[in-house]
Design a protein. Structure first.
Length: 320
């Protein structure tokens, strides 16, 4: 049995598969050469992250393909229903990266409220007076503690984000298309656990009540945050998107930052990925990262092992 990990997979995942008798190839095959490569090498399983697309054309043209594995959550780069129709299993790792994405949200939030990106860039190499000027320029930070974090999309990552927020002493309000309530179990270093019950409210109420908003919905056909929604937000609010590009109207977002309606935005995902718009890249009030929400060693380890376990469950152990 052969597995092609086209966007990489953790060593722990490779070890688990190899121990079970699989051959794992960690080569990057260009999208346009994938069909030929999969067929010529009789690949049984393709593993992808977000870069490689597994669409109808590949599913139709590669009869040996038995499993498509997504290392991560969003399946928007795979034609899932079509694969199922054709008897190809699609697997993903829904919970493995939630904590990592949630932590990245706070990296962006803290960056925004304390101007870290610009402060880092402006740190003078020499000159006491420049240092003092800089200290004045960045003296108007705000605390997260006591502020309200609005979460739109209150599934696994939304709830993981709520846990961190509660730990920081923030109030959490949330909106979800499906969930009406959730109990968040926050664990502390000494083994204590505390439950927090949250009833979801409407998106409009979240927009009005929140000092900061973080988005955790799957890919959507329409903007969740456009001009109208930005106008409903508090003046000077901050907005984070570590969900999917296309969830926020970036043109409206840049306008809201330029007019100072919003104080800052943090984006891990972009409407035109992997080549974000220059206006987004150059905006001084944006905190940016290159789609790395789930890219921690811990999350990638969990993802690799979880994918390997699922593949072994589906296809067995060729060794035996
Ligand atoms: N930046 C990164 O590296 C990563 C990004 N992601 C992104 O985060 C997304 C969320 O992941 P996760 O929390 O695990 O997913 P979940 O499915 O657990 O949660 C998403 C929640 O959002 C709800 N929802 C869907 N549409 C809307 C809407 N328009 N308004 C409000 N709520 C909505 C869903 O409801 P329903 O079930 O009814 O649809 C669901 O409850 C992924 O789909 C992926 O795109 C994930 C991992 C890493
Ligand atoms: O898991 C996801 O959906 C991601 O975006 C990270 O690859």
């Amino acid at each position: 049995m052969k597995v092609l990990a086209n966007d990489g997979v953790s060593q722990s995942g490779i070890d688990k598969l190899e121990n079970a008798g699989y051959e794992v190839i960690t080569k990057k095959v260009a999208q346009e050469q994938l069909i030929d490569y999969l067929n010529e090498n009789k690949i049984d399983v393709i593993l992808v992250r977000s870069a490689t697309k597994v669409r109808k054309d590949i599913i139709d043209a590669c009869p040996d393909l038995k499993v498509i594995g997504r290392g991560g959550v969003g399946l928007d780069n795979i034609d899932v229903d079509y694969a199922k129709e054709k008897g190809v299993k699609v697997i993903n790792t829904p919970a493995a990266s939630s904590a990592s994405v949630a932590e990245l949200v706070f990296a962006h939030l803290l960056n925004g409220v304390r101007f870290l990106k610009n402060a880092n860039r402006d740190m003078p190499l020499e000159g006491e007076s420049k240092f003092k000027d800089l200290k004045k320029s960045y003296a108007k930070g705000v605390e997260l503690r006591g502020k309200t974090l609005g979460i739109i999309g209150f599934g696994r990552i939304g709830q993981a984000t709520a846990k961190v927020a509660i730990g920081l002493g923030m109030k959490v309000v949330a909106a979800d298309a499906f969930l009406e309530e959730a109990t968040i179990e926050v664990d502390f270093f000494d083994g204590q656990k505390l439950d927090f019950h949250i009833n979801t409210i409407s998106k409009e109420e979240v927009l009005k009540q929140s000092d900061f908003i973080s988005l955790h919905v799957p890919a959507q056909k329409e903007y969740v945050i456009g001009k109208k929604e930005l106008e409903m937000m508090k003046d000077g609010a901050g907005l984070i998107n570590a969900a999917r590009g296309g969830v926020i109207d970036e043109v409206a977002l840049v306008e809201a930052l330029d007019s100072r309606k919003l104080a800052f935005a943090g984006l891990d995902v972009f409407e035109s990925e992997p080549k974000p718009e220059i206006k987004v890249l150059m905006n001084p009030h944006m905190s940016l990262s290159p789609h790395i929400g789930g890219s921690t060693n811990e999350a990638q380890d969990r993802i690799g092992v979880e994918l390997a376990s699922q593949i072994i469950d589906i296809l067995g152990t060729p060794k035996n």
